[in-house]
Design a protein around this ligand. Structure first.
Ligand code: DX5
Ligand code: ZN
Length: 217
């Protein structure tokens, strides 16, 4: 059976307390950190970049870091993110004219490869690159902001991937929480990103536990 992992997104946390917030989530049962990187070009928002990721890494040497690169030019940030000891570099295929090249550069830099698709992108567009990837990220909101409404109509993409690729790591990101986790689990997602639902919960460990149990049942 595929392993289920919960990776909170720190996007909507108090970013002045990034380390404390991250530690709090890890203490609450998070398996990895999903770090949302935006460049104001691929999406109309800015968050953190490699200098911040590197500082966080110095404080959390053993945590799995996934950077979700919502950027126009993913090749540009590979080496700085590798230098920050990022474990997995997940980028969007939409702005890329040479997805294979980006995948190769990420591997050469010693990171795992994640391929992300926006809600408007067909799952068929990512299929040709599946061999190059360690994980596929199916977005369930338009990338750019936390706290948006989960898009139920993305579930067929996950179902389709899961049916064809039983052992593939499939991540879901955007509006995932206790109310939407069952749909994600049923469709076949095994890597679960959750921002607002975990960060703003009164009892984050309880929410993380619930998310994990829903996927494992
Ligand atoms: C959206 C980001 C997400 C997201 C998660 O652009 O990629 O990681 O904000 O936060 P919630 O769970 O609040 O949608
Ligand atoms: Zn994300």
């Amino acid at each position: 059976k595929l392993c289920c992992k919960i990776g909170p997104s720190i996007l909507n946390s108090d970013l002045s307390q990034l380390y404390n917030e991250s530690q709090r989530l890890l203490d609450s049962g998070a398996d990895y950190l999903h770090l949302d990187v935006m460049d104001g070009a691929f999406v109309p928002n800015l968050t953190i970049g490699h200098p911040v990721v590197k500082c966080l890494r110095n404080k959390l040497p053993n945590t799995m870091f996934e950077t979700h690169m919502m950027v126009q030019n993913p090749i540009q940030w590979i080496s700085p993110m590798a230098d920050a000891s990022v474990d997995q570099y997940t980028f969007h295929i939409e702005p890329c004219n040479d997805v294979r090249l980006v995948c190769r550069k990420i591997r050469e830099a010693g990171m795992k490869v994640g391929l992300a698709i926006k809600p408007g992108t067909s799952v068929l567009c990512v299929e040709e690159y599946i061999e190059e990837a360690d994980m596929i990220l199916v977005m369930t909101v338009e990338p750019g902001f936390g706290g948006q409404q989960f898009m139920t109509n993305m579930m067929p993409k996950i179902e389709w991937l899961r049916e064809k690729y039983p052992t593939l790591d499939i991540e879901v990101d955007g509006g995932v929480g206790p109310n939407t986790i069952d749909m994600c689990a049923k469709a076949g997602a095994n890597m679960i990103v959750s921002g607002t639902a975990v960060i703003q919960a009164e009892n984050p460990p309880q929410v993380i536990k619930l998310l994990k149990e829903s996927v494992n049942k």
